[in-house]
Design a protein around this ligand. Structure first.
Ligand code: FE2
Ligand code: FE2
Length: 176
């Protein structure tokens, strides 16, 4: 499968989890399960998407749209942390869940629109297929890693593309 179909499938999954979440009642204990599933669907997707897809686009093309999308990933993950907290202490979680759903729907619309059309101008069919494979294997790795590594990768992905690999290698040396 090419990168576009894989990303779209993931987007549908996270959207339907969020719809399930906001439909729950305050006393439904399934909420905690769904919040964890949303985190597991969202965070590895975002890291792998930044590393493989966004960084390839901004290495060879205008950065504006992609940098906007990076920012939206950060905003969504901040909302997710807020949701995890509110869910844990049983505070008003629904308004945060709705904010997260709205933010992600907006982000996904722009991504599948502007970002995909920019990418289709740049990548050949073969490159889009290879990128799909790279995305899948990176996503699995991110799922196995802890929060520290994940935060480090988020910051590394925001550096100018030509420095990304070098900084990542420095991080690996540090952790050995
Ligand atoms: Fe995405
Ligand atoms: Fe994204």
């Amino acid at each position: 499968m090419d990168i576009y179909s894989i990303l779209k499938d993931d987007h549908e999954e996270v959207k339907s989890l969020l719809n399930e979440l906001i439909a729950l009642n305050d006393d439904d204990s399934y909420r905690a399960v769904l919040v964890t599933q949303i985190e597991q669907a969202l965070v590895p997707h975002a890291r792998a998407e930044e590393s493989v897809f966004y960084n390839s686009i901004r290495a060879v093309s205008d950065q504006t749209e992609v940098m906007h999308s990076f920012k939206e990933h950060m905003e969504a993950e901040t909302l997710l942390r807020g949701l995890q907290f509110k869910e844990g202490v049983k505070m008003d979680w629904k308004s945060t869940a709705i904010k997260l759903k709205d933010a992600l729907e907006h982000h996904i619309r722009e991504e599948e629109g502007k970002i995909f059309s920019e990418a289709r101008k740049i990548f050949s069919d073969e490159e889009a297929r290879m990128m799909g494979e790279a995305f899948q294997s990176l996503k699995e790795q991110v799922s196995d890693q802890g929060v520290m590594k994940n935060s480090f990768d988020m910051v590394v992905n925001l550096m100018p593309p030509r420095f990304v690999e070098k900084i990542r290698n420095l991080g690996d040396e540090k952790r050995v």
